[in-house]
Design a protein around this ligand. Structure first.
Ligand SMILES: Cc1cc2nc3c(=O)[nH]c(=O)nc-3n(C[C@H](O)[C@H](O)[C@H](O)COP(=O)(O)OP(=O)(O)OC[C@H]3O[C@@H](n4cnc5c(N)ncnc54)[C@H](O)[C@@H]3O)c2cc1C
Length: 268
């Protein structure tokens, strides 16, 4: 199948892009790396009149050192993060996660912002941003606003973005020297989405003790019984996976083992 006819618009600035969206929100759709929206257009799951190309917008390509955090523009590609071409707040964690997103052709085009706006629960950035407690910077017709990762993703494929808003980028706290982390995902073969994700972060200097159970049916699950889970208590790990909604036996095993392997990687 091929995409339904649409007009491709190539705004020269963020303001222009927001103006187009604002005038015709119902029939316009944004396109960044096209790795998710491309297939959706071809399957006619989405049939916008206007397709607004974000690739040329320099505002989305900004990377900035904000003292305690790094701002990463929505238009930065997975490959640029993998290749460590931008400032890294995460001591290598983001680069290693990026390197395992699909294969290089997808990583060359796909962007961190496109992935977050798409909000697939199995997406790597969706889960990692929750682990890193990133703040999301959003631009609208009148002003900018900032929300937490929890406030940004509301449900599977659903975010807080209004029809006339664009995700500008994410602010991620710089981890300290002694930060320990682990990130493990199960996927059947390269290029397929994760069936289960487990992720762990401990940064004593920043007071962070966090674990995520991801690639569930909804938003990334922030483990509540964190102290017991970080100690590796088998019963508490089981309870965390059940609380994350993974009760089917197969799903349960995949998520439990993903979390255990992330704990092992973090060498706790
Ligand atoms: C074969 C294959 C395998 C994949 N495997 C993985 C994987 O293992 N892990 C993983 O995490 N991902 C995977 N992906 C998804 C990939 O990472 C995509 O790059 C990503 O989901 C979308 O990014 P994009 O820049 O291509 O966005 P697009 O496809 O261009 O856009 C996606 C959606 O986000 C919206 N959007 C884009 N940018 C913005 C913005 N700045 N503000 C507001 N809305 C915006 C668009 O309107 C659209 O609705 C895979 C994709 C393919 C094709």
């Amino acid at each position: 199948m091929k995409a339904a006819p649409f007009t491709l618009l190539t705004p020269a600035s963020l303001d222009q892009a927001i103006n187009i969206l604002n005038k015709n929100p119902t029939f316009s759709k944004l396109m960044a790396g096209s790795q998710s929206i491309g297939p959706m257009l071809n399957l006619r799951l989405t049939q916008p009149e206007n397709l607004i190309l974000l690739r040329n917008l320099k505002e989305l390509r900004e990377v900035a050192d904000c003292k305690e955090s790094i701002f990463i523009g929505a238009g930065i590609t997975h490959a640029e993060i993998e290749d460590k071409k931008i400032l890294d707040p995460s001591r290598g964690l983001m680069a290693s996660v990026a390197a395992n997103i699909a294969y290089r052709a997808v990583r060359n085009f796909g962007t961190i912002g496109g992935s977050l706006a798409h909000a697939d629960p199995a997406s790597d950035w969706v889960n990692l941003m929750q682990l890193l407690d990133a703040r999301f910077v959003i631009a609208g017709p009148k002003s900018k606003r900032e929300v937490t990762s929890k406030q940004f993703m509301l449900a599977a494929f659903t975010t807080t973005l209004e029809d006339d808003e664009i995700l500008l980028g994410v602010k991620i706290k710089k981890l300290s020297d002694g930060a320990k982390f682990g990130y493990f995902k199960f996927c059947r073969k390269v290029g397929e989405f994760a069936e289960a994700i487990g992720a762990v972060l401990i940064d004593s200097e920043l007071g962070i003790r966090r674990a995520i159970i991801g690639a569930t049916a909804g938003t990334p699950f922030l483990v509540k019984n964190i102290d017991a889970v970080l100690k590796g208590d088998a019963e508490e790990i089981k309870q965390a996976v059940i609380q994350a909604g993974c009760t089917d036996e197969y799903e349960f095993q995949m998520h439990k083992i993903a979390l255990e392997r992330a704990l092992l990687q973090a060498k706790l």
